[in-house]
Write a protein that binds this ligand. Structure first.
Ligand SMILES: Cc1cc2nc3c(=O)[nH]c(=O)nc-3n(C[C@H](O)[C@H](O)[C@H](O)COP(=O)(O)O)c2cc1C
Length: 241
């Protein structure tokens, strides 16, 4: 089960101590991701690379130099694969935050001389952070709760407090949660600008939705498909608690 402490502690770390982490830590992460049961029907692959075996030039392929990279592979045209990658990657990032390890999702396109796989989707770099992880939820720049959710009861409000802290590409937080008594309908909001029309951005925003859903993992839920209309928003799924 997800710990609220890890949700607060996790933040994007962009400067790392380049000393490799212990093999036991990498093995633990590998087993953790392998044992996850993401909620959508969509298979993906993952692999942990270390700088020593995967030589990313400083500021190179992914823009951030880190000792390790957790890379995800799969069909970028399958929304369920992308949501599952977001879900699994974020739970991995939260586990690492619990251990005091820094992470950053890296959605920029790979450079062609680095990874020779058309199935590559995204990675999370990680390692010992230079500096502290997040100390309090007020340090996170986020939309207000009422901008991302409606009709919530007290219990749902407490859950949404932590969902609100989910990371997203360019911090656009492209999600909205419409609550009912035992369910929450999840929508993707339209984000403006030319960027959001790019194919890469569509991929990243499906991953964002999976990330947000992973932040509900304090409680058990199942995913249902119960399409809802809400002006200007795209229905994603319904979480039933
Ligand atoms: C799918 C995704 C892709 C991202 N890509 C990048 C990236 O390429 N470079 C980067 O520096 N940060 C990237 N980020 C990190 C976001 O900018 C960051 O999560 C957001 O600004 C919120 O800040 P926080 O993670 O510190 O809470 C990405 C985040 C997500 C979820």
């Amino acid at each position: 089960m997800l710990s609220t402490v890890s949700v607060i502690k996790r933040k994007s770390v962009r400067k790392y101590d380049m000393t490799p982490l212990q093999d036991e830590t990498l093995n633990e992460l590998n087993e953790f991701v392998g044992a996850l049961e993401p909620p959508f029907a969509g298979k993906f692959g993952y692999k942990i690379f270390s700088k020593k075996e995967y030589d990313v030039r400083s500021g190179g392929a992914f823009g951030i130099s880190a000792p390790h990279y957790l890379m995800f592979f799969g069909d970028k045209n399958d929304d369920n694969v992308l949501r599952n990658i977001g879900y699994a990657g974020e739970l991995a990032a939260l586990k690492l935050a619990d251990m005091g390890i820094g992470t950053c999702w890296l959605g920029g396109p790979k450079s062609k001389e680095t990874l020779d796989s058309s199935e590559y989707v995204i990675c999370i770099c990680f390692g010992t952070p230079v500096g502290e992880l997040r100390g309090s939820e007020n340090e996170a720049e986020r939309k207000k709760l009422d901008e991302i959710a409606s009709n919530y009861n007290d219990e749902q409000k407490e859950m949404l407090r932590y969902v609100r802290l989910a990371p997203s590409a360019r911090n656009l937080q492209p999600w909205f949660f419409r609550c009912g008594s035992d369910r929450i309908h999840v929508f993707k909001v339209k984000t403006g600008g030319l960027m959001s029309k790019l194919a890469l951005f569509k991929v990243l925003q499906k991953i964002d939705i999976g990330i947000a859903i992973s932040h509900f993992s304090f409680v058990k839920f199942t995913i249902e498909n119960d399409p809802q209309d809400d002006k200007g928003m795209q229905y994603e799924c319904t979480l039933k608690f």
